[in-house]
Design a protein around this ligand. Structure first.
Ligand code: ADP
Ligand code: ASP
Ligand code: MG
Length: 807
């Protein structure tokens, strides 16, 4: 014999009821079926009761009537008049209840209990006819006693009534409504609490010693987390009773918490199944141990929690404080789901529901009025709008370091933990956080403990111009491969251009991002941008700066401080004042996030990473000589008898090598910035002003507007042509070289001859020659494209991916 319970989600519509019919028809053995009210009806019954007080229950009642009538005409075609008559009678009774509530002008608890009972009373009559079962009225089966504002089953009486009234030998399939009950003494209608149909089914299964209890719902089983919050949650094959109990207690709605105990007690396994996908194996809950791969099984949470804390030195070593505390709360019907007490005993924190928090403070203050008056207890305080998260798994107790990993991951994502409790059974670690951090917390934990799934990076791309646009194209091309081969999911959660900004925590489709930004974007300012990224409060966040904008560079500090990693193609921050550069690096270190800017020097060439690797392995950088301006090198390689300096500059700009304002390249400013960054990464404290500059374009060209620059720059063409002819004769070339030697930085034009490694440096290429303690006689040389959107974007992309590797 088994018991099958179908929830409101399974009996909501004609289609789902037809699935239930097929599932029940497929069963050969003896069966008790327990059903909920049609999906959504319980809520509607309650809402209509409240509406009745205001005088208007007709609309709600007519909706309730319509739902039942349309389901009946869909699932009971023709005949079945007796069912329709019965439902008609019940609806009339319900109307009378509403009329009484309207007259009374309030909803008494007893009246509401009667009203909600109609949901299961009606659904069970319909469903018994649909599956061809004998209908048994649960009001005659489940008997309760009042306990504060709850009704708890009278087990001996209920068991006896179940045994007497359900005989599956006589009627192979028996069906009854869940949730509803009557008071053992007065006979008034009561219920087992919201979601209580699961409990009804468990009580019946236990009373009849069923072989199995099946809970049929709308998901494939018990999942690693609430699938409405964690899209990557997946089905857990097996759970122990204790694990299931812990997960339910902390909010996993799939099973009503009291359900587990009756069947656990009789060792009756529970199978969670999906009415909409009956072939899925579901989740099997039993006494057995499971040695699956994961150290934790699931995560659940309660999001309307408050923490009541009692503080005071006077409690230390005094026995009986806890007894009085819990006693006072229990005597007033307040349930405590979380307790944390410091070993020093001078604080005790209790997790209660938000709605009960003020009452709890009042009760505790009253109970300890004397201690408060004499100062043995300093205060009873309360913090609201919190969430409690439970991480559950039997195997946790055998694996050390789980809580270290757990809290480490939370820390590096900037989530502050307010209180912690771990049961001695070690099946559960629970902790309290701010409610606003709940979604992020669940994501972070899910990701770090359920490794079979993807690692996700949530990326904001700031600036979708040449480099940013190319980056998005490369990400789009690589997204699938990274997901499949590296288990890395790169999600673009925001983009902007100079005018508009768009956020979407579910990810922006990269096939039409520009159109979406135009259509849905809001006005872009550094403030909206920063606020948007911070309020998304998303885990594993990366901010990618593909602009050359100083006001964007200003945002890094706030971003890093909020545990958002920063990848910058923008050189401004890393080359600004040394103290600021250091501050950003140390915030990143402290917060456990990354501040990366590999493309600041040599675009996609691995220069900064190489220097870091040398230094980390104990080498020392003695000298760096480098051609670091793709633009300048391109210009010197392009100048010819036919192409004067001014034209070469225009060509460098058109080719996309130059900075948006090419004077930044020509003035050597760009090279100075790069050299400063290199020197700093090589371990020297250097400012831009410390760099000795030997420039080749007179200062006056940099003083006016950009237009004036373009209009006058040809004045230099003749002089450069003369110089070019001389160099050609001498077989030399002009190179703009940056040098770091003994901690001193300089930049300037150098004439190199054919034997110099910089002589053959084509196009816009960069070259860097690093002399170290190890690479002394023959310096290390890195050479290649040093400018251009696609190599720069590739360098940025590789910085982004390297963030995934560190987590
Ligand atoms: P029913 O009407 O069948 O009783 P419920 O709505 O009470 O259904 O419970 C099923 C729902 O529980 C699922 O649709 C899912 O959204 C939610 N849920 C919350 N946490 C979990 C979890 N850990 N595993 C599966 N479902 C969960
Ligand atoms: N119908 C009740 C509710 O919505 C009981 C249940 O579905 O389990 O809470
Ligand atoms: Mg339910």
């Amino acid at each position: 014999m088994k018991v099958m319970k179908f929830g409101g989600t399974s009996v909501g519509t004609v289609e789902s009821i037809n699935s239930v019919r097929n599932i029940v028809a497929g069963e050969q053995g003896e069966l008790v079926v327990v059903v909920s009210a049609l999906g959504g009806i319980t809520n509607l019954l309650i809402k209509t009761a409240n509406d009745a007080v205001a005088g208007g229950y007709e609309e709600g009642l007519s909706e309730i009537r319509k739902r039942h009538e349309s389901v009946m005409s869909g699932v009971l075609p023709g005949g079945a008049d007796d069912v329709k008559t019965k439902i008609g009678g019940l609806l009339n009774e319900l109307a009378a209840e509403y009329e009484q509530i309207k007259e009374a002008g309030k909803v008494a608890v007893e009246a509401l209990d009667r009203v909600v009972s109609f949901g299961e009373r009606m659904s069970s009559v319909i469903m018994a006819a649909v599956v061809g079962a004998k209908h048994v009225d649960s009001l005659e089966l489940i008997k309760t006693h009042a306990n504060w504002d709850k009704n708890v089953p009278d087990m001996p009486l209920t068991n006896k009534l179940i045994e007497e009234n359900i005989d599956t030998k006589k009627n192979r399939v028996v069906l009854c409504g869940g949730f509803i009950s009557t008071d053992a003494d007065s006979g008034r209608i009561t219920n087992l609490g919201r979601g209580g149909s699961d409990y009804t089914a468990a009580i019946i299964a236990a009373a009849l010693s069923a072989e199995q209890l099946e809970i049929w719902t709308d998901v494939d089983g018990f999942m690693t987390a609430d699938p409405r919050v964690i899209s990557k949650a997946y089905v857990i094959d097996r759970l122990s009773f204790v694990e299931a109990m812990e997960l339910c207690n902390f909010g996993a709605k799939v099973v009503y918490p009291p359900t587990i105990f009756p069947v656990y007690h009789k060792n009756i396994p529970i199978l969670i199944k999906n009415t909409f996908n009956p072939s899925a194996p579901g989740t099997f809950i039993s006494r057995g141990k499971d040695d699956g791969a994961n150290s934790i099984k699931g995560i659940s949470s309660i999001d309307d929690a408050a923490l009541v804390t009692m503080l005071g030195m006077g409690m230390v070593g005094v026995t009986g404080v806890s007894k009085r505390l819990y006693g006072a709360l229990a005597d007033n019907g307040i349930s405590v789901f979380f307790i944390s007490q410091a070993a020093s005993e001078n604080t005790i924190s209790l997790g209660v529901k938000n709605a009960e928090a003020d009452k709890a403070v009042e009760i505790i203050s009253k109970e300890f009025a004397h201690e408060l008056a004499v100062g043995e207890i300093n205060e009873v305080k309360c913090e609201k709008d919190l969430a409690t998260v439970a991480v559950v798994g039997d195997r946790m107790k055998r694996i050390p370091g789980i809580s270290g990993k757990l809290f480490g991951t939370l820390g590096s994502n900037g989530i502050n933990v307010i209180a912690i409790a771990q049961g001695a059974s070690e099946t559960n670690i629970s902790f309290v956080i701010k409610k606003e951090n709940l979604r992020k917390t669940l994501n972070v934990i899910h990701e770090s403990f359920f490794l079979s799934e993807f690692l996700e990076l949530n990326v904001f791309v700031c600036g979708i111009g040449t480099v940013g646009g190319d980056l998005l194209r490369q990400i789009r091309n690589q997204q699938e491969t990274l997901k499949e081969e590296k288990r890395l999911k790169i999600k673009i959660v925001g983009i902007n251009n100079s005018r508009k900004v768009l956020f979407d925590r579910d990810g922006i489709d990269l096939s039409n991002y520009a159109e979406r930004l135009e259509k849905e974007g809001v006005a872009n300012t550094p403030e909206t941008l920063l606020n948007g990224v911070l309020t998304m409060n998303i885990f594993n966040s990366v901010f990618v700066d593909c602009t050359a904008n100083a006001s964007i560079a200003e945002l890094y500090k706030e971003l890093l401080s909020h545990n958002v990693s920063v990848v910058a193609a923008n050189k401004i921050a890393a080359s600004s004042e040394y103290d600021r550069y250091q501050e950003l690096k140390s915030i990143a270190r402290e917060k456990g996030v990354k501040f990366l800017f590999e493309t600041n020097v040599g675009a996609g060439l691995p220069i900064i990473n190489t220097i870091n690797a040398l230094i980390n392995s104990g080498d020392k950088i003695n000298k760096i000589q480098a051609v670091l301006s793709g633009t300048l090198n391109y210009i010197f390689n392009t100048i010819s008898a036919d192409i004067p300096l001014s034209k070469a500059i225009a060509m460098a700009k058109d080719a996309g090598f130059a900075e948006p304002d090419p004077r930044i390249d020509l003035s050597g400013k760009d090279v100075v910035r790069k050299l400063v960054i290199l020197a700093r990464e090589a371990g020297y404290r250097v400012e831009q002003d410390d760099v000795k500059k030997n420039l080749f374009i007179p200062q006056k060209f940099f003083e006016g507007s950009l237009d004036e620059f373009w209009n006058t720059i040809s004045e230099l063409d003749e002089e450069f042509e003369k110089q070019r002819q001389r160099l050609e004769k001498e077989d030399k070339k002009n190179r703009f070289v940056a040098t770091l030697e003994n901690g001193v930085c300089s930049v300037g034009l150098q004439e190199v001859d054919v034997r110099h490694p910089f002589y053959d440096l084509e196009g816009s290429n960069n070259i860097i020659m690093i002399t170290t303690e190890r690479y002394k006689e023959f310096p290390m040389i890195i050479k290649g494209y040093g400018a251009g959107a696609s190599v720069t974007a590739a360098g940025v992309f590789s910085d982004i991916i390297s963030i995934a590797n560190i987590r």
